[in-house]
Unconditional design. Structure first.
Length: 121
């Protein structure tokens, strides 16, 4: 479940991914999913507050995994401490910077080609 998208669908700035309303919805949805033998993964703006909020929260017992955009964790591993979160954020940051570097290299050749094309007119 994407908590950020879900919270934004309320069009209320007071409701964010860690608000009680969103946690209540996660509980309701995960209970319904269990009836159909489905597991639940939660993501969307996962941060330190999420770790603190979920550590002792029985209402998320049906949630099996927690994910950032690029990394999926078993819930119990993710909630041990902040290290998995920090590692995921570090990985994602490095991944995006690497991707930017590759795209910059590709664009450099495209930009250089532009000046050549202009001369052909």
């Amino acid at each position: 479940m994407g908590r950020s998208d879900l919270s934004m669908s309320y069009f209320n700035k007071k409701i964010d991914q860690n608000s009680q309303l969103i946690q209540k919805n996660i509980f309701i949805i995960s209970k319904k999913a269990k009836k159909f033998n489905l597991s639940c993964t939660v993501g969307g703006g996962v941060n330190k507050q999420t770790v603190d909020l979920y550590k002792n929260n029985r209402n998320i017992s049906l949630v099996k995994k927690i994910e950032t955009r690029k990394v999926i964790f078993e819930k119990n591993i993710f909630l041990k401490d902040y290290k998995p979160l920090y590692n995921a954020v570090d990985f994602e940051t490095k991944y995006i910077l690497y991707k930017k570097e590759i795209l910059d290299l590709k664009m450099k050749s495209e930009i250089s080609r532009l000046s050549k094309l202009v001369l052909r007119k």
